[in-house]
Design a protein around this ligand. Structure first.
Ligand code: PEP
Ligand code: MG
Length: 617
């Protein structure tokens, strides 16, 4: 009997009540168990939705002869980017069983070859120059023409496969040329498991958590912004899974286990029942934790600890309300700028910020001004000519955060004006990202005051005293100079994600070095301690808003270091509160003084584990 997917993609709408219950492996397709990085806890079972299926939309676009050179340069950049992506995939094949390597490697080699001096690229360039079409038009037309010639010449499977390969490389080039959101997820059935080669943060921002049950990707690391967003949306996810896409059929059942970091494709009966039990146990756990919402966040010896939420997308606001968070400790405003063609105006921004401030009804909202750069690409800024193309720079060390804002005063002033207008509706703080020196704070302050004066002249309603202006401490340079920066900043928010990345020289979003990305490295802990000491020297408040704050195993350590203010994704708030309520500051301080004497993070991890077992939570 020929194999047919048990699930017909697209045949159900949301109101159908979800997909039929998942079926165990159909027998013809064996179960495949793959391993990756656990990015968001939880277990999802559902039909696979592959994001690479639909080809990117290209409308035929003519150019002027004077644009030929520029189109050629765009093509070169897209070829370079595509090659890098494929080489990266190629370099990771070693972790797969030999027979899988044997299957996938030749395919990747064929793709890489087509990105060299190939008939495809020669044809694309000729089309740009002679037919005067845009690079993406030329790529699609040339790839389709070659594929058609191949299949017309022969009807054997080899020719058909080659034609598919040419079309696939064409799609990759077009994706990299258009930089459009990787994929629309509209075609996914409710309860689907989204599977992709990679997801950019802006792609992840488009995921509807009510529709997508789980996510798995071939690329990605634990504290990249995609992982952060997936946690914010509470979608069980496993990233960095080598071999995930090879031979994958849409519609087969997948189990994503975001606790252990596995993806099971075509699960057998035993795996499916195990996954169902895990789903039920998670639901019970969530129910139990939700009861903590109304309880105070205090330690056993009566020390109050502020637990706030990080916010990226408006869709998270109801989750923040349910979590029991007492404010927004980090509003990552860059998501307001993503997935749109133009930069949001002052009015648009003011409306969005005011909406959050009003929803938080009196609880403080800390709005971080645009942290562009690193892996956070924003097409609207590229289109507006406000930022360089990311392709050939080292983006994490480049024009990120405050550096860009100081070079684009219009962008900065517009955002500050919008925030100040929203501050009329409730308590707000303004947070500057990626600060490394005092001059940046001083320059930002001068602009901030100027914007406030201008708004007052315009007759805008502003709070009597300007909202505090603070900084992210997320580079080693800032942490080492925390005492100096504390003289200028009104508060600190410790960004442990970047702090860890820059301190250890490990890309937070890369899977190849994921095991080296270690917030418990003694070097990172010393930088955190220096930051807290620096803040204390000028009596300014300090909070922690990186992913470390969301890990309840690390709560006692952070309390022992002196932190009393945490900001985490909304779903982590109850767990952290549970950790706070189960310990005393005295015990935390004893733990921390022991931890700070250890020479490596394994010992530190053991100490935290032992502490966790011995304490009440
Ligand atoms: C951080 O770096 O820890 C942080 C909170 O900022 P982001 O994750 O947005 O870079
Ligand atoms: Mg950061």
């Amino acid at each position: 009997m020929p194999w047919r997917p048990w699930w017909k993609p697209g045949s159900m709408s949301r109101t159908d009540g979800g997909p039929p219950p998942p079926q165990p492996g159909c027998g013809l397709l064996p179960e495949r168990r793959l391993f990756g990085i656990a990015a968001c806890a939880g277990v999802a079972i559902g039909p696979v939705f592959r994001t690479t299926e639909a080809p990117p939309q290209v409308t035929r676009h003519k150019i002027h002869a004077s644009d030929i050179q520029a189109e050629g340069a765009r093509l070169d950049a897209a070829v370079l980017r595509s090659r890098k992506q494929l080489m990266k995939l190629r370099s990771r094949l070693a972790v797969l069983p030999e027979e899988s390597q044997g299957e996938i490697a030749p395919l990747l080699d064929a793709y890489i070859q087509m990105l060299g001096p190939s008939r495809l690229l020669r044809g694309v360039r000729t089309r740009i120059e002679e037919r005067l079409v845009s690079a993406e038009t030329a790529v699609m037309e040339e790839a389709n023409a070659i594929a058609a010639t191949l299949t017309a010449a022969s009807d054997d499977t080899h020719a058909a496969r080659q034609a598919d390969e040419v079309r696939e490389i064409g799609r990759r080039l077009v994706r990299n040329l258009t930089r459009a959101p990787f994929r629309s997820f509209a075609g996914a059935v409710q309860g689907a498991v989204l599977i992709a080669e990679s997801l950019r943060p802006s792609d992840a921002a488009l995921i509807d958590p009510a529709r997508i049950a789980g996510v798995a990707t071939e690329e990605g690391g634990t504290d990249g912004h995609t992982a952060i967003l997936l946690r914010a949306l509470g979608i069980p996810s496993v990233l960095g899974v080598p071999g995930l896409l090879s031979g994958l059929h849409a519609g087969v059942t997948a189990v994503v286990d975001g606790v252990v970091g596995t993806v099971i494709l075509n699960p057998d009966n035993a795996s499916l029942s195990g996954a169902r039990r895990a789903v039920a146990s998670f639901a019970r756990d969530r129910q139990r934790l939700s009861r903590l919402r109304r309880l105070a966040s205090v330690t056993l010896d009566g020390e109050a600890v502020s637990l706030q939420a990080n916010l990226e997308l408006p869709i998270e606001l109801p989750m923040v309300a349910q979590s029991g968070a007492n404010g927004i400790g980090l509003l990552r405003s860059e998501f307001l700028f993503m997935n749109r063609d133009t930069v949001p105006t002052e009015d648009e921004q003011a409306r969005s910020y005011r909406n959050v401030v009003e929803t938080m009804s009196g609880d403080t909202v800390t709005i971080r001004v645009l942290d562009w750069g690193g892996e956070k690409e924003i097409e609207a800024l590229v289109t507006a000519g406000m930022v360089p193309e990311l392709i050939d720079s080292n983006p994490a060390l480049g024009l990120r955060g405050i550096r860009l804002l100081l070079r684009q005063p219009d962008l900065f002033e517009t955002q500050l004006a919008a925030i100040l207008r929203a501050a009329h509706a409730g308590p707000v703080r303004v947070l500057l990202p990626m600060v490394t020196n005092v001059a940046e704070i001083r320059a930002a302050k001068a602009i901030y005051r100027r914007v406030a004066d201008r708004l007052r002249e315009r007759g805008a309603a502003l709070p009597a005293t300007l909202p505090p202006l603070g900084i992210m401490v997320e580079t080693p340079g800032a942490a080492l100079c925390a005492d100096v920066l504390a003289a200028e900043a009104e508060f600190f928010a410790i960004g442990t994600n970047d702090l860890c990345m820059y301190a250890l020289a490990v890309d937070r979003g890369a899977m190849e070095v994921a095991e080296l990305y270690d917030p418990l490295h003694p070097g990172v802990l010393r930088l955190i301690r220096m930051t807290i000491t620096g803040a204390a020297s000028h009596r300014i408040p300090v909070s922690v808003c990186g992913e470390m704050a969301a890990n309840p195993d690390m709560t006692p350590l952070l309390l022992g270091l002196g932190l009393r203010s945490f900001s985490t994704n909304a779903s982590a708030v109850p767990r952290v509160k549970q950790a706070v309520r189960g310990t005393t500051i005295g015990d935390c301080e004893r733990l921390t003084s022991h931890v700070m004497q250890q020479s490596d993070s394994e010992q530190i991890r053991d100490a935290l584990k032992t502490f966790g077992h011995s304490s009440a939570y």
